[in-house]
Write a protein that binds this ligand. Structure first.
Ligand code: SF4
Ligand code: SF4
Length: 144
């Protein structure tokens, strides 16, 4: 897997996106002081935000806990997110997702700009997964 060339972009850390801690993926909640239980879901820790919406761990030079950032942060790839959204949603659905905030336009833009840095194999893998998702959705539709 190629690393995302963030090059100073902080879109992931500045939205209201919830960073959930996943002990099953190696996160150790006790290491994060800036966290709270997700309302209505006691037992699920999420990182706090500052008043301006930034992640509590975002500093002037980027993530202040980069080496120990949560699994969600390590795993997120805006390039693959972009390809997934473009593949799974039509223009109308995308507009609705931007409007209700479920898809962050800035992350989409960052992903679009960085897609060329994915390897050919990674792009093929994404395309295969997209076909798989479509097949599964079609199967589910038939079963209704
Ligand atoms: S949107 Fe992409 S480039 Fe920007 S911080 Fe997130 S992963 Fe990095
Ligand atoms: S923990 Fe670090 S990488 Fe993750 S959202 Fe916060 S500032 Fe960004």
């Amino acid at each position: 897997m190629t690393d995302v060339p963030c090059n100073g972009c902080r879109a992931c850390c500045q939205g209201r996106e919830l960073v959930v801690l996943h002990p099953s993926d190696g996160d150790q909640p006790e290491l994060y002081h800036e966290k709270f239980f997700l309302p209505g879901d006691p037992g699920r820790w999420v990182l706090k935000h500052k008043a301006n919406g930034d992640c509590a761990y975002l500093g002037a030079k980027g993530c202040t806990i980069y080496a120990g950032r949560p699994a969600m942060c390590r795993a997120f790839d805006c390039r693959k997110f972009f390809l997934r959204v473009m593949g799974d949603m039509n223009r109308h659905e995308r507009r609705a997702a931007y409007a209700d905030g479920s898809v962050d336009k800035r992350i989409m833009k960052a992903g679009l700009e960085r897609v060329p840095s994915l390897s050919r194999e990674e792009i093929q893998q994404e395309a295969l997964e997209r076909l798989r998702r479509r097949d599964n959705a079609a199967d589910a539709q038939k079963r209704r």
